[in-house]
Design a protein around this ligand. Structure first.
Ligand code: 8ID
Ligand code: ZN
Length: 361
């Protein structure tokens, strides 16, 4: 085992814990910290400075999904911090003590199975999920895995990097599989949310024309400031399919990347997509998609699920942010604000992201 020189790992820490399904979120001031000697080979202890709050964390707390999470649950998977310890017998670690790294949803995978070898690390049968099957980043110290933590570019501040680790990498990857090219139209239902506002920017950086779909003045202002070509409010539009098609040469967009955590965002997409278009499924309500088979076939629509991204996707999405082409628009709060952040997320009140400062570094 090795510990960062001059650093003392405390025995206890502050952590946001959900003890069991349906239990309220509690801020525990004396949650135990795993000590350096207890780290297994390949594990590292990360001292978290910032973490984003993703809608996935709310799904996890509420038990929305058919895949169960662990309890007690410490959520969070958009974390940035410093490696303060590495487990004994960790040969060839790609990261070292003192490195600033990111913790993403996919905390670890075996790297040897067919899925890992083919670039589907997220589908590895051994996958560990931050804030779902292993403790996440809503705590001062997190055990993570040397093979999967992501180095943070030196010129990107930790608060600004945090949400790239999920919202950024996920939308960047989803655009990569959207079968679009420079000049194509992409519709983004959910554009004013955490994932969506980054999708707008990655799409513009890739040379796409963007139809941003969400609701309310704050989200309209946000997406327009980020370069969206067209804004459509899904609550006030009288005929959303007609409005979206009218905005895209009368033919509909070449792709729709749905980050809305709602079923309607999906059902409408089959209707407005251009013939030969691609529906990229990202938002995760536990719901039927409602895609009509006739129109899916008749319009040659491609339906593509897209689930976070690989280690390489994470590095690429951070590089694009470090180059200044994509910026997380966020409000910063403390860890004790998490409960109210969940309430605001549920109510659809957050334009962009909320970042929590977990510790001062
Ligand atoms: O790997 C993945 N596929 C992945 C990764 C990360 C997150 C999937 N997700 C999922 C989350 O679990 C969640 O279901 O993506 C979804 C969105 O996460 P988020 O961006 O963190 O949530 P948000 O900030 O609440 O944004 C959602 C936006 O959707 C809008 C809301 O107004 C909000 O701005 N919205 C809704 I709800 N219904 C809409 C509709 N019908 C809609 N916008 C347009 N049309
Ligand atoms: Zn997420």
């Amino acid at each position: 085992m090795s510990t960062l020189e001059g650093f003392t790992i405390p025995k206890t820490q502050t952590a946001a814990v959900v003890k069991e399904l349906g239990a309220p979120l509690e801020i525990e001031k004396s949650h135990p910290v795993k000590q350096a000697a207890d780290l297994k080979p390949g594990e590292c202890l990360v001292h978290i400075s910032h973490t984003g709050v993703c809608h996935t964390d709310l799904h996890a707390k509420e038990g929305d999904w058919p895949v169960p999470s662990v309890h007690p649950l410490i959520g969070g998977h958009e974390g940035v911090g410093t490696i303060v310890a590495i487990g004994e017998n960790t040969p060839n670690s790609p990261v070292k003590l003192g490195d600033r790294v990111g913790i993403k949803w996919m905390a670890d995978s075996c790297l040897n199975c067919e899925f890992c070898r083919r670039g589907f690390e997220m589908n590895c049968p051994e996958v560990k999920l931050s804030g779902y099957t292993v403790d996440g980043t809503f705590s001062e110290y997190v055990v993570s895995y040397t093979n999967h933590v992501t180095p943070i570019p030196a010129n990107l501040e930790s608060a600004a990097a945090a949400s790239i680790l999920c919202a950024g990498v996920t939308t960047y990857k989803a655009l990569k599989v959207s079968n679009t090219k420079v000049g194509d139209w992409v519709a983004l239902p959910g554009a004013g949310g955490g994932l969506g506002h980054l999708a707008v920017q990655y799409a513009k950086a890739m040379g796409l024309k963007v139809i941003a779909i969400d609701t309310g003045a704050a989200k309209e202002k946000l997406v327009k400031s980020l370069g969206a070509d067209v804004w459509i409010d899904f609550k006030t539009s009288k005929d959303i399919v007609a409005d979206i098609q009218a905005a895209s040469d009368g033919l509909g967009p070449h792709a729709a990347l749905v980050t809305a955590a709602s079923q309607t965002g999906y059902t409408q997409a089959i209707s407005y997509l251009r013939k030969g278009g691609t529906l990229v499924c990202v938002g995760m309500p536990d719901a039927e998609m409602g895609a009509n088979v006739f129109w899916t076939v008749f319009k040659s629509i491609r339906i593509q699920g897209s689930y976070v991204g690989t280690r390489q996707d994470a590095i690429e999405s951070l590089d694009i942010a470090a180059a200044g082409k994509v910026k997380v628009i966020y409000e910063q709060k403390g860890l004790d604000a998490l409960k109210s952040v969940y309430e605001d997320l549920e109510a659809g009140k957050i334009a962009g992201r909320v970042i929590l400062e977990v510790s001062k570094q």
